[in-house]
Design a protein around this ligand. Structure first.
Ligand SMILES: [Zn+2]
Length: 443
């Protein structure tokens, strides 16, 4: 070998070594300096701290952390560092106005959903628990970096009985006994599914799990947007509920149930359902019953104030009935010091409502202190999505602590003092980091 080529080989090996060294500090590594921290669990901000993120995970937190070498730095002096927000009840696939939902093809659903996904992330939501919809491909596209959006914990298609909350056929539609296989447009697209009897419930749950559902959603009482089921009715027999719980348990995960009334809540809780969605018409005794059993309460405020186009008189009456229950539910939850309560919006049929969805944070502060609302939208919701155990592909979410996933917001102002700043996320959220990757940086 000539001296020149010797030199070249040496240079090459130095370059390769440098590349490998750089490989240990990826693009998902970062030091954020001098931020006051809301860690997702505390009632107040910390003193100024640094946070070191390595490979998308929070490595360490402290003052004057040393840079492991070549890692990008952000100076967050004067800003609040907090966990990315988590919405525990969304429908990212269902943001088409009702008329469009009835007439659009699958592509239009997908385009709209991709805009909805970006809207969540723009609002500071780095994770959503999606509680009915054919979200599987969207989740995949986001996880692969094809589209911007939050991490999705999908339930897949919500399962209900014929005449239940997943049965979106119009009242005039013929019986399925006469026209086997007749389905609503939502059911045809896998947004919801109707199943009767234990074998069908098992199959419906397993089809969702096959696609990657992280939890199973069933309806055990009437719903607002379906036609034939008043809010007071109970849905699914004990055996059917037990079947859904068993199918989920075999996958190491849990069942969440849509229900407004106390009777349905009790039955679901007794049969092993771990998360109750809505519960607007619940009585205090049943809420206490849930709390004693550490069952998760997933209520919403904003969706009941939303004027959803295309609803008939029955549906509007149901919406008013549900809305009128919100205050007594949240008052009772606050009085009880309800432990496992999460933030959620449940917004459907409107991208513009979705973009303004952070108003839910403000609406909730009518019943809860800002710190409480923020815990519901961070550590508490993180704990709930963690119930999916081995189906959680990501790790610990909703907190700022070593080993947690580095989903981080840098906020101009102190949301514990004034939570309304988060209702203007375009201005107040200066930096959005998801899994250590900077999505937005306006510093
Ligand atoms: Zn919902």
């Amino acid at each position: 070998m000539s001296p020149n080529s010797m030199k070249f080989v040496r240079l090459l090996s130095v370059l390769v070594a440098a590349l490998f060294a750089a490989g240990s500090v990826t693009a998902q590594s970062l030091v954020v300096r001098n931020a006051r921290i809301f860690d997702g669990t505390s009632d107040q901000l910390s003193t100024q701290q640094d946070v070191l993120i390595v490979d998308g995970v929070i490595d360490s937190i402290g003052r004057g952390l040393s840079n492991p070498g070549g890692v990008r730095e952000i100076d967050a002096s004067g800003l609040t560092l907090m966990p990315g927000l988590i919405d525990a009840h969304t429908h990212v696939m269902l943001q088409l106005p009702v008329q469009q939902a009835l007439t659009s093809d699958d592509y239009y659903y997908a385009y709209t959903a991709s805009v909805a996904a970006k809207a969540f992330l723009d609002n500071g939501f780095t994770t959503i628990r999606d509680m009915s919809g054919n979200t599987f491909s969207l989740k995949q596209a986001i996880d692969r970096g094809v589209l911007p959006g939050p991490r999705i914990f999908p339930a897949g298609a919500m399962i209900s009985q014929t005449s239940g909350h997943s049965d979106h056929r119009t009242p005039e539609a013929p019986s399925r006994l006469l026209e086997p296989g007749s389905r609503s447009p939502l059911e045809e697209r896998g947004m919801v599914v109707v199943a009767d009897g234990v074998p069908e419930v098992l199959q419906a749950a397993r089809e969702n799990l096959r696609r990657g559902a992280t939890q199973i959603k069933i309806a055990v009482g009437g719903g607002v947007s379906s036609y034939g089921d008043p809010l007071d009715v109970t849905q699914f027999t004990e055996d059917e509920i037990r079947a859904a719980v068993a199918a989920a348990a075999d996958w190491g995960t849990y069942v969440a149930a849509h229900v407004y009334n106390s009777k349905g809540v009790r039955r679901a809780v007794d049969l092993g359902v771990r998360s109750i969605e809505h519960a607007n018409l619940i009585d205090v005794e049943t809420l206490e019953y849930m709390n004693e059993r550490d069952v998760w309460l997933s209520p919403q405020v904003i969706v009941f104030q939303q004027e959803m186009g295309g609803m008939n008189a029955d549906q509007l009456a149901k919406q008013r009935q549900a809305r009128d229950g919100v205050s007594s539910l949240l008052t009772a939850a606050n009085n009880l010091g309800y432990r496992n309560i999460v933030f959620g919006t449940d917004i459907v049929t409107s991208l513009s409502e979705l973009r303004n969805g952070n108003r839910e944070l403000v609406l909730r502060s009518e019943w809860f202190e800002p710190a409480e609302v923020l815990k519901q939208a961070t550590s508490k919701a993180g704990e709930l999505v963690g119930l999916s155990g081995p189906r959680n592909l990501y790790g610990k979410l909703g907190v700022i602590e070593p080993l947690a996933v580095a989903d981080i917001l840098l906020v101009d102002g102190d949301p514990l003092e004034d939570i309304s700043i988060l209702a203007r996320p375009q201005e107040s959220i200066r930096v959005i980091i998801k899994g250590g990757e900077i999505y937005k940086n306006e510093l």
